[in-house]
Write a protein that binds this ligand. Structure first.
Ligand code: AMP
Length: 512
């Protein structure tokens, strides 16, 4: 095989991202503090960092763990790891040393990169498995950057096959131990390329990037899609609504979690005028309330495009670019992805409108859980479909609707109660901002349907008024036994309501 044939066959995601770069001076990233990083700079910095990784003993297939604040250097570390044929393992910046001990012990990286403030604690954990440690702070400074500055940018991208691992992302693990989802080079590349097409990304696009980069949304969807399209992104360290609305004057796309949208709606500066340069708003990672979708449309003239994905599968479905973006629905299966709904017990495929387990199959679906062959086996059907754990339905027009996580299903008096159905009724009531319906132990019913909700300030909403409004709209077995009004719902960094926390908080309300 000659050299040209060899490079064509390289399925390394880095190789695919930068292949055929015709204009290295093209802008890739702009930061809030005014740095401009071109595609050529990104390649060079990834080359330098890849050289540092190799010098620290990182070999193809090795894991490189990173718990760092969001910075361009952090993104470069991801690119460099992939380029060196190693496996990138990003860790939520909120994880404590205790939690890191599990992830590092489980993944056994050969290098851990962390904030200098945590170097001592993480260093002790890394030492136990013989891993090297480098530092990177929120400004992109640290021992890794210093070392990279002294080495060459030349680096021959390591050959990888489609099926080789590019990354391991631990699931948030609200029940049981968190599991490391193994994602291959082709899982990531194929999904991003399909989204570039589906969402009509071009090199003219400017993405507002305010998501964290330790999660699939900000790391893969936002960054890979932008780079594949040769577009550019404005990289923000955190979500800042005022700044984001200002940036909309020259950006074209924003990807956000639903809380971005609800918080932006609170600003009077969000108008048709301030969003007129934008062409697309994408939401995902948690359900976007239909009411938020409608309010956004009324205020800005833009219909938010909601999509559905997960760490294990990348993106599965999306509302259409052209055509109806249906509030409360997550759209159709992406090209090459098959979505079906099955009976959770038997696995038998169900028809349109029937509620059951959402299962997916396609090049986007991960390879399995790291060092957990039994768990992996349990979550795949024999015909290769991955059991997502999300309950939902596919309507007559082929739109997928998510009705909640399977573990959030409430079984009251032997009947299945889908939280989303009750939440939608409550959310539609005047004065209600949002709600979460959970099941908590109940001596007579097994679980008691319990509604926790947040209201507008001063709204005359209480348990009695909610129950009265629901009466006659819901079957008796679905009626909440208690309705609790709170200031806000507990959420994680991706904006997901943490129902496990609510279940713990209200675990004893039906105790006799
Ligand atoms: P994660 O692995 O952290 O990305 O979480 C994946 C889970 O988030 C999915 O299994 C869904 O339960 C939920 N999710 C993601 N996108 C949506 C969406 N658009 N609507 C409702 N739930 C979503």
């Amino acid at each position: 095989m000659n050299a040209a044939q060899k490079t064509i066959m390289n399925a390394n995601l880095f190789f695919r991202l930068f292949e055929g770069l015709d204009d290295p001076s093209r802008l890739a990233i702009e930061t809030a503090d005014g740095q401009h990083i071109s595609y050529g700079d990104l390649m060079a910095r990834a080359g330098q960092t890849a050289n540092v990784l190799v010098s620290r003993g990182v070999k193809p297939g090795d894991r490189v763990a990173a718990q760092t604040e969001k910075s361009v250097a952090g993104l470069v570390l991801y690119l460099a790891t992939i380029r060196a044929g190693a496996v990138y393992l990003p860790l939520n910046t909120a994880y404590t040393l205790n939690e890191l001990e599990y992830f590092i012990g489980d993944a056994e990286p050969s290098l851990v990169v962390c904030d200098p403030a945590k170097a001592e604690g993480i260093g002790a954990i890394a030492a136990r498995i013989g891993a090297a440690v480098e530092t990177l702070d929120a400004n992109g400074q640290g021992s890794l950057t210093q070392a990279a500055a002294t080495v060459t940018a030349e680096f021959e991208t390591i050959d990888r096959a489609d099926d080789d691992l590019a990354a391991i992302l631990y699931t948030s693990g609200t029940t049981g131990r968190s599991k490391g989802a193994m994602l291959t080079h082709d899982n990531l590349a194929s999904n991003s390329l399909s989204l570039v097409d589906y969402w009509r990304f071009t090199d003219k696009d400017v993405l507002i990037h305010a998501l964290p980069i330790y999660h699939t949304h900000g790391l893969f969807v936002a960054s890979n899609v932008t780079l594949f399209a040769r577009a550019s992104m404005i990289f923000l360290p955190k979500f800042d609504p005022d700044l984001i609305i200002k940036l909309m004057a020259r950006a074209t796309v924003m990807m956000g979690v639903p809380t971005f949208y609800t918080r932006l709606l609170q600003s009077p500066a969000l108008t048709k005028e301030s969003t007129k340069h934008m062409r697309l708003f994408v939401s995902g990672s948690a359900p976007l309330l239909a009411v938020t979708h409608r309010e956004w449309l009324a205020r800005t003239g833009h219909a938010v495009l909601e999509r559905y994905g997960m760490t294990e599968t990348n993106m599965n479905t999306s509302n259409p670019y052209d055509g109806d973006r249906v509030p409360g629905a997550v759209g159709h299966a992406l090209p090459g992805v098959t979505v079906r709904v099955t009976d959770p017990e038997t696995g038998k495929p169900l028809g349109p409108e029937d509620i059951g387990m959402i299962e997916v199959k396609g090049p986007n679906v991960f390879k399995g859980y790291w060092r957990m062959p039994e768990k992996t086996k349990a979550e795949f059907r024999d015909d290769g479909f991955f059991i997502t754990g999300d309950l939902g339905k596919i309507d007559a027009k082929g739109y997928v609707h998510i009705l909640g996580r399977g573990k959030d299903l409430v079984i009251s008096g032997g009947f299945n109660v889908y939280p989303k159905e009750i939440e939608s009724e409550i959310d539609a009531m005047p004065g209600v901002i949002e709600s979460a319906v959970i099941g908590v132990p109940h001596a007579d019913f097994g679980e008691g349907v319990t509604a926790v909700l947040v209201c507008d300030k001063g709204a005359a909403v209480d348990e009695a008024s909610v129950l009265k409004a629901l009466d006659g709209r819901l079957a008796k077995f679905k009626m909440p036994k208690r309705v609790i009004v709170v200031e806000e719902l507990p959420r994680n960094a991706m904006g997901k309501v943490q129902k496990n926390i609510l279940r713990d908080t209200y675990a004893k309300i039906y105790a006799k």
